[in-house]
Design a protein around this ligand. Structure first.
Ligand SMILES: [Zn+2]
Ligand SMILES: [Zn+2]
Length: 216
C-alpha cells in the first residue's frame, strides 16, 4: 500500500476515553454496499484493550445486535471527532497497524520509481542512465518497466553499470537472463570479459588477469 498523503504520519491522536495513543491503521477495504467507507486511507484507532469503549462494548453489541463483538474508538486524520467502529474480536486492526517510518520509506521508493518511469522515454537522449538503473535494481517496479529499462541499457554502452548489476540478486529469472545478455553484449562491444576468479573486467584476449594475476 502507498499512502499519498504522508503528512498523516506526523499526527498524534489520543483516545479521549483512556488517554492511550491511538494507532495509525490501514483503513479496511470498502465492500460494495458499504457506501463510501471513511474516505481516508488510514484511521487512528484506540487498540488499548483496557479502554472503557472496548471493555464495555461486548455487552452493548450482544444486547443491541445479538452477536459477539465490541467497539473501538476511532478518529480520522486531521480530526478529533470521535467515532466508534464495531469489531468482531480484539485482533481486528492489529494486523493493519502502519509503521510511519517504514511507510515513509516505502513512499519515497514509490516516488523515486515513478520519477524513473517518467524519465524512461527521454533518458537515452539526455544521456542519463540513472532511471534505467533505478528500475533494473528495483524489485518492486513492474516487469514491463524493468524490461524496458533493460532494453535501454545497451544504448548507454556504460561498463560502470555492471558492478551494481552483479551485486544485485534478481528475483525474476527471465529478467536476470535478459540482463545477462545485455551485459555480455556490452562486454563484447568493448572487447572486455569478466575475470572468472575475481570478476574484475579485463581484456577479452587476456590470458592472465591483471587484477588477481590468475591464469585464464
Ligand atoms: Zn481508548
Ligand atoms: Zn581476476
Amino acid at each position: 500500500m502507498v499512502i499519498q498523503n504522508t503528512a498523516v504520519f506526523d499526527e498524534e491522536h489520543t483516545c479521549p476515553d483512556c488517554k492511550a495513543k491511538m494507532s495509525c491503521c490501514e483503513a479496511p477495504p470498502v465492500h460494495v454496499g458499504d457506501g463510501l467507507g471513511w474516505g481516508s486511507e488510514v484511521l487512528f484507532i484506540c487498540l488499548n484493550n483496557e479502554c472503557p469503549t472496548f471493555q464495555g462494548g461486548w455487552k452493548k453489541v450482544d444486547v443491541n445486535y445479538g452477536h459477539k463483538g465490541t467497539f473501538r474508538n476511532m478518529q480520522l486524520p486531521g480530526s478529533t471527532e470521535l467515532n466508534v467502529m464495531m469489531v468482531a474480536s480484539e485482533f481486528a486492526f492489529t494486523g493493519s497497524i502502519i509503521d510511519p517510518v517504514q511507510m515513509r520509506e516505502q513512499n519515497e521508493h514509490y516516488q523515486e520509481r515513478q520519477k524513473a518511469v517518467a524519465k524512461l522515454d527521454t533518458c537515452v537522449q539526455d544521456n542519463d542512465i540513472t532511471p534505467v538503473m533505478t528500475l533494473i535494481l528495483d524489485e518492486k517496479a513492474t516487469p514491463a518497466d524493468r524490461s524496458k529499462a533493460v532494453s535501454l541499457l545497451k544504448e548507454f554502452n556504460d561498463l560502470s553499470c555492471i558492478d551494481a548489476i552483479r551485486n544485485h540478486t534478481f528475483k525474476k529469472t527471465d529478467l536476470a537472463q535478459e540482463i545477462n545478455m545485455v551485459v555480455s553484449q556490452l562486454l563484447k562491444d568493448n572487447f572486455k570479459k569478466e575475470c572468472p576468479f575475481c570478476a574484475e573486467l579485463i581484456k577479452a584476449q587476456a590470458t592472465k588477469c591483471m587484477h588477481c594475476k590468475a591464469d585464464i
